[in-house]
Design a protein around this ligand. Structure first.
Ligand SMILES: C[S@@+](CC[C@H](N)C(=O)[O-])C[C@H]1O[C@@H](n2cnc3c(N)ncnc32)[C@H](O)[C@@H]1O
Length: 248
């Protein structure tokens, strides 16, 4: 196998897997995403060919992976989180498969649960949530956004990826379809990194409360968020969990 689709983990460079780091340290070509920690890029051999995803299109990246793979180079395609969670890793794997090339997927620690965990939010918790739904806030290529009518009725925890610019739309969509505006919500930016910021607020207030936060940002909606007060890293959770508590 010469092409490896490797998950880099959610941000903190210590959260890559041992297998991923081993491959990274031995690669000849490194094709990496924007969100990957700079410290990890340093781990590749000094003479490795380094290619950043931006400004390439997905099709160009697929072609580069196929080209270097076919030529027999040891290629690491390093992607944030897990390659198969909202990372288009599946499309890259399909391109390699269609070209008849062997490839290996090295799973990564996804922001899906790692980012909430680092903020003191277990995405499942006995008695609070026995189900997790992950959603991209981006529209599909067909222009369809999330199905808020269905999501508002979905029990358990909702985790929205790529949520930074869609916070207002998400809260409006969920509450318009009947989700309680008091449902606990948390916006987590740069999770697992030293600059991690967490803002918790009732759903109806989360967009305004977290307006200062920047990408990458994950939005968690559900009762499990109420645990952040007790389980979150000290001083990092700006909590306005209930209107009553936050008023003077
Ligand atoms: C293109 S997706 C990639 C997800 C990745 N494959 C994974 O498994 O975590 C990028 C989105 O993931 C979320 N994300 C990734 N890393 C994050 C972090 N450290 N803190 C908060 N959100 C993060 C954000 O919603 C961001 O817009």
């Amino acid at each position: 196998v010469s092409v490896h689709l490797v998950g880099a983990g959610p941000g903190d460079p210590g959260l890559i897997t041992t297998r991923g780091l081993e491959l990274l340290r031995a690669c000849e070509v490194l094709v990496h995403d924007r969100l990957v920690a700079p410290e990890l890029l340093e781990e590749a051999p000094a003479d490795a060919i380094r290619i950043a995803h931006e400004p390439h299109t997905q099709e160009e990246i697929n072609a580069l992976l196929v080209g270097y793979g076919r030529a027999g180079f040891d290629v690491v395609r390093l992607k944030g989180g897990d390659p198969f969670v909202f990372g288009r890793g599946g499309e890259e794997a399909l391109a390699l498969a269609e070209a008849g090339l062997d490839f290996e997927v090295v799973p990564g620690v996804s922001a899906l649960s790692a980012v909430p965990s680092a903020a003191g939010i277990p995405v499942t918790h006995r008695g609070l949530a026995s189900q997790v739904t992950i959603i991209t806030a981006h529209c599909s290529p067909a222009g369809r956004g999330p199905d808020y009518a269905a999501l508002a009725q979905t029990p358990g925890t909702l985790v929205f990826f790529m949520a930074r610019r869609a916070l207002g739309e998400i809260t409006a969509g969920l509450t318009a379809h009947g989700l309680d505006p008091e449902t606990p919500a948390a916006a987590i930016a740069s999770g697992t990194l030293p600059e991690q910021r967490v803002v918790a607020a009732p759903l109806a207030e989360i967009a305004a409360a977290s307006a200062e936060l920047e990408s990458p940002l994950l939005l968690v909606v559900g009762d499990v968020v109420s645990l952040a007060d007790r389980l979150g890293p000290n001083g990092r959770v700006a909590s306005v969990l209930s209107g009553a508590q936050s008023s003077p």
